[in-house]
Design a protein around this ligand. Structure first.
Ligand code: ITT
Length: 205
């Protein structure tokens, strides 16, 4: 019998990637659009993990279903790791965030433009238990945007090994190498075990 998994995010880019990364499992996906009474969840944690667990647990408790959330962001070395957990709040819109990043880095030379995408994915059950997995993807910040795929900072995130930005990859290529792809692939066997062996409850270690 198919199990329900609530994708606990309001980010359409994340929803598309979660669905693709979890394809082939016997799951019925719901999103926060199916639960309009769930308000904004304040991201007041000090780490990606704290925020990811808070989002997943809040939604699992509110819906009585398994919930999957991620907290993710871009760490830029020349900015001391900023914007990091504040990546979605760095500026009001995606265009403004990317413009601000280019402006802050305008005098930074190529070798010092190193950065990484970090994703902490959290799976939570309706009893408030959660399990997390982390994925990291290294790259550097380009001097101008290119590519139309993905979302967010992808047009500025240059992958030296591929000689193109994250936004220039296909969806499948992005999922193969991305921070979110790595985190969800690590979480996927845990989810399978939770469904198959534990009836949808996350076991306490
Ligand atoms: P939810 O909290 O509802 O999931 P959000 O977009 O606010 O949505 P986060 O708080 O985790 O999510 O912020 C992550 C931000 O980091 C996101 O808005 C992008 O700006 C950036 N980001 C994360 N993953 C990315 C990716 O794969 N490509 C480009 N930018 C990404």
């Amino acid at each position: 019998m198919s199990s329900i998994l609530v994708l606990a995010t309001r980010n359409a880019g994340k929803i598309a990637e979660f669905r693709q990364l979890l394809s082939g499992l016997d799951l019925t996906f719901r999103t926060l659009a199916d639960y309009p009474d769930i308000g904004d969840i304040e991201e007041d944690g000090r780490t990606f993990a704290e925020n990811a667990v808070k989002k997943a647990v809040s939604v699992a408790l509110a819906t009585g279903k398994l919930a999957l959330a991620d907290d993710s962001g871009l760490e830029v070395d020349a900015l001391g790791g900023r914007p990091g957990i504040y990546s979605s709040r760095y500026a009001p819109t995606t265009a403004e965030r990317n413009a601000k990043l280019l402006e802050e880095l305008k005098d930074v030379a190529v070798p010092l433009r190193t950065a990484r995408f970090v994703c902490v994915a959290a799976l939570a059950d309706p009893h408030g238990h959660a399990v997390v997995r982390t994925g990291v993807c290294e790259g550097r910040i380009a001097f101008e945007p290119s590519g139309t795929g993905g979302f967010g900072y992808d047009p500025l995130f240059f992958l030296p090994e591929h000689n193109k930005t994250m936004a220039s990859l296909s969806d499948e290529e992005k999922n193969r190498i991305s921070h979110r792809g790595k985190a969800i692939r690590a979480l996927r066997p845990v989810l399978e075990t939770v469904l198959r062996e534990y009836g949808g409850r996350i076991p306490i270690p």
